[in-house]
Design a binder for this molecule. Structure first.
Ligand code: NAI
Length: 331
């Protein structure tokens, strides 16, 4: 099986190469360039291509892949909103994905953001490097005996609930479905979660129904001095309203691994660019906000799990025994 990887970063290549001994039938080549109508032609002679969250797997690209004789797209991620499923069916291309890899990786990053921004680690780190050992501006709050409000208690939210319990927090949650594994969690309606939580962490997928679920109206329902963390999807929060809330001193701290308009920034070094949106700069101007670049998933364990499942998907395709939950389209 010859697979051509697109949009490869060093950590992708390292984790896939480490996994290769387990898959002796697979041959891999890596491109830094992402998938596009132009680069799709490079896949001629390969059995499949491997793409990522920000790759263009739209109709034109699938057409170009099909013209090059490629019938398999391996997504090395859970999401597939960038895949034109109808076009894949039309061109007879099977698309497989990695539905879950390490929920703890994302949940631990959510807690890392919450702790870092609460205890002003981002400021303390810079200050000490400048020989400034003053503690002014670094006061945080205890999490012990506070209330954590978890929105969405699927795989990642459940891991976050367990972490918060470990900190001695009362854990409340809002989800349409109650997770039976979380007997220590009190399910409440969304308004109660907003009103009672000291720490709110978002762990639900972005859908039409919850687009901008955090907005001026819902921010007003929150406790004063609340800490808000988002490791899910940027558009769950209406950023303009969040910025207004931060200016009005509603938030003690905000930690964001995802934010609206992140698309051009994610995973890229843009230090010489003039950014097209002012949102990132405005968020970064606040002393009580930390932004990371969609790195919640980035642990050794998660990368190993992604590469293992992706290469297994390739072998399952070859043997015709693909796992139902990994299939985006089947021919
Ligand atoms: P999951 O499918 O296991 O759980 C999602 C839960 O959210 C389900 O229980 C569902 O009922 C609930 N839900 C759906 N709509 C809701 C709403 N409007 N309000 C409250 N709950 C709602 O998903 P998983 O694996 O836990 O992932 C959650 C999200 O984390 C993903 O959708 C993705 O956006 C994000 N994510 C972020 C990563 C990062 O690197 N920052 C990496 C992987 C996922």
């Amino acid at each position: 099986m010859k697979i051509l990887f697109y949009d490869t970063k060093k950590y992708d290549r390292d984790s896939f190469e480490k996994m290769l001994p387990q898959f002796p039938e697979v041959e891999m080549d890596f491109l830094e360039a992402d998938l596009s109508v132009y680069t799709a032609r490079l896949a001629k002679g390969y059995d499949g291509v491997c793409a990522f969250v920000s790759s263009d797997v739209g109709g034109n690209v699938l057409h170009a892949l099909s013209d090059s004789g490629v019938k398999l797209v391996l997504m090395r991620c859970a999401g597939f909103n960038n895949v034109d499923i109808d076009a894949a069916k039309e061109y007879g291309i099977t698309v497989l994905r990695v539905p879950g890899y390490s929920p703890e990786a994302v949940a631990e990053h959510a807690m890392a953001l919450a702790l870092a921004v609460n205890r002003r680690i981002h400021k303390g780190y810079i200050k000490v490097r400048e020989n400034n050992f003053s503690l002014v501006g670094l006061t945080g709050v205890n999490f012990f005996q506070k209330t954590a409000g978890i929105v969405g208690t699927g795989k990642i939210g459940a891991a976050m609930c367990r972490i918060c319990r470990g900190f001695g927090m009362r854990v409340i949650a809002y989800d349409m479905y109650q997770n039976p594994d979380l007997d220590f969690v009190e399910y409440v309606d969304f308004d109660t979660l907003l009103a009672e939580s000291d720490l709110i962490s978002l762990h639900c997928p972005l859908t039409e129904d919850n687009y901008h679920m955090i907005n001026t109206e819902t921010i007003e329902k929150m406790k004063d001095e609340v800490i808000l963390v988002n490791t899910s999807r940027g558009a769950l929060i209406k950023t303009e309203d969040l910025i207004a809330g931060i200016r009005n001193k509603k938030f003690f701290a905000v930690g964001l691994d995802v934010y609206e308009e992140e698309t051009n920034n994610v995973f890229e070094n843009r230090e010489d660019d003039i950014l097209e949106h002012s949102i990132t700069a405005r968020l970064l101007s606040f002393p009580n906000v930390i932004v990371t670049s969609h790195q919640g998933f980035l642990t050794e364990e998660a990368l190993a799990s992604i590469s293992q499942t992706t290469l297994q998907n390739a072998m399952d395709y070859k043997s015709g025994q693909m796992k139902e939950m990994n299939l985006v389209t089947v021919q």
